[in-house]
Design a protein around this ligand. Sequence first.
Ligand SMILES: [Zn+2]
Ligand SMILES: [Zn+2]
Length: 422
Amino acid sequence: MNATALKCPSMKPLRALRTLALSLACGAFLAVGLRAAALSAPAESTPALPRLVDLGADKCIPCKMMAPILAELKKEHAGRLDVVFIDVWKNSDAGKQYGIRVIPTQIFYDASGKERFRHEGFISKQDIVKKWKELGVDLAPKKSAGIVREKPVAPDTRPRDRVCSLCDGDVDARTKTMVRGQSEQRTLCSPHCYFIYQSSLVGADAQAEAGKVSVTDWTNGRLIAATTATYLYGMAANGRPTIRAYADKGAAIRDQAASPGNVVTWDVLRAKELTTRCGFCDRAVYPEDACPVKAGSMHTYGCCTHCAMGVAARLQKDIEVEAGDGLTGEVIRVKTLNGSVAALEPASAVAWFGQMRGPDGSWASAGCFKQAFFANVTNLQKWLDARPTMTGRQITIDQALADKMKLSPEQIAKACKLGECK
Ligand SMILES: [Zn+2]
Ligand SMILES: [Zn+2]
């Protein structure tokens, strides 16, 4: 209350009346206790700012989930919003003074100290920002804050037959895989990219599809029919499977001595490759490449960071995601609650939404291979510097989740299927 008293002399005349009312309210609060305080926030800061008061306790679970959100709001909106936490178990009078019924409760006070809204239970950062906006306080970050790259810094000059049409990676001449389409040949970097492609086809007959695939013979570089080839299915030092194709089974067995692995048929290879799928878009993934996602006791993967967020939308459940920073691999943890981000570690993490301009000029997702999360904007910038052909924009992790949560079940069913991204 001292701060209020100190502030009074410097107040402009128009504000003086409000301050008087506030002082009276605080006086009443001191004398009587209860409801009066709930109507007026104790004023402590100069100048007057909108104020968010969270009443909770350090041991209640939803209260604990509020803690990082409050810390972020405090940091991100310093000078624009006061954020106050009151532990009502340690300070039991406070709960009574504010007239709360449950913890946590958040009370929104405008800059004049008037209570404008109160919310009971956990509330996400996104919903807090939204509520402030409704109350006329715009806390949304300025549009110019994020990185936007509308045009490639340098054109992609690689010959098209040396670029994987699925992952956009360079095609290794020894693992090149071709799919004969209706009108065009699709060049893929490896049999693995073929299985990703196949798992993202809509209503395609897998067997008929396989008949159109050619793989490269590891020994001589010739294209051979995928279904009749023999495969040496091994493992790289990082645990990622490796696939070599052979027209001659004897050659595969000879290579096995130097490069340990299993000598398998197409059908066995196919079954292995399609075992682990993205929990959002259902594409085949290697766990080594994917983001682990926990939904209660269920464990799945997101083939990319944005798909990992999409698991919350597809399952309509709270999830926990462990994403590797696209540049450094540093772990970024996201927890969701009721379709919003409830916890983010580190709080500075950002998302890159890889987008490309379609022939009609509109922006569309550039696909799962162009999406990533980063521990901070510096890492994103370094990653972009190394990818001059990349286009898209920086978005928040909240936005990456919100983009998925707004999808209808029909849209989710089509998610990431080839040609459906637009
Ligand atoms: Zn590829
Ligand atoms: Zn996916």
